[in-house]
Design a protein around this ligand. Sequence first.
Ligand SMILES: *Cc1c(COP(=O)(O)O)cnc(C)c1O
Length: 379
Amino acid sequence: MITATHRHAQLIIDRQAIYDNVQNEIKRLKKGTDLFAVIKADAYGHGLLEVAKITKQAGAKGFCVALLDEALALRQAGFEEPILVLGVTDPDQTPIAANHHISVAAPSLAWLQQATPFLNKDAQTPLRIHYAIDSGMGRIGMRDISELQAAVKLVREQRDAFEVEGIFTHFATADDPNPAYFNKQVAKWQEILASLDEKPRYVHVSNSATSLWHAKCNGNMIRFGLAIYGLNPSGRAISSLPYPLKPAMSLTSELTFCKQIHAGDSVGYGATYTAKGDEWIGTVPIGYADGWRRDLQGFKVLVDGQYCEIVGRICMDQLMIKLPHEYPTGTTVVFIGRSGMHEITAQDVAEYEHTINYEVVSDFMPRLPRVYVGLENQQ
Ligand SMILES: *Cc1c(COP(=O)(O)O)cnc(C)c1O
């Protein structure tokens, strides 16, 4: 996909914020607990390689990604840290992971059985695996002790194919103020974990929410994702944080056009907005094909420290806003970030769209350039 560098619309990524969020979390961790930076989905839209570099500088000991391709991109860029693929890797592609020293989740006994012949044939080194335990997330993982025991037995018989590096589970409600389901998962996890006679190098359960609010559950590694980017995994449900999270992403553009319209004049496809009197309307070159969704019609942006409503339907590449008065083309328009006394956050956008901040930041398309600021000397 083409990145539009000749258009004044960009995601600005504050390296210092990412660095500080990671360091603040590392300071809270018990000695011997490693932070792995979760940088799947292009680092939640913030840029895979750049975020890998910053989080490593800040003390991350490894990386988690969702897909084998994301792990391979890190290896190709020269990162030698441990990398764990959290999703299900195709059994026939496990030799690729093994040969690049990429660790993968082992989601079931059947998966181990399916991967074994491929590894025996094509892997030059054993595949590092983390047993995935489904303690209640209902996504991937082994669900009972007997399956795990059978997996352990298979892996012990297949030492050339597998090397056990970790065991983990994932919580469904760590961001919920009500701990009932969380506690149920913890109990199930502990019961399954206790059935292992030998613990692997990494025992881990914590996403951002778990480490922020249930740190006593952390094993000796955490999978720290959303909070790296300065966003609260609970949205607004749990506002108390052990340290202030610093949002790393802003989205800004500028006016490309400004005009006055009059009573009865309409704006945009479907003519859904009609002026009641004289109004100044600005045009901004961002649209739904950038990931600024069409249902954000009626939401606000910031111009010169003032909230301005998005009027008319959002187009694929442009949208219109109502200005308090005339502004010259080139005037900055803030979609996410600060202007004057006000701030629009990814959380604000998420609430208007009835979704979560995770989706807002990871939805921005590659067409929008990522511009990195801060920590200038650490290029
Ligand atoms: C995405 C993911 C994480 C990171 O979650 P955050 O809420 O972003 O911290 C951790 N573990 C697994 C298994 C994941 O899929």
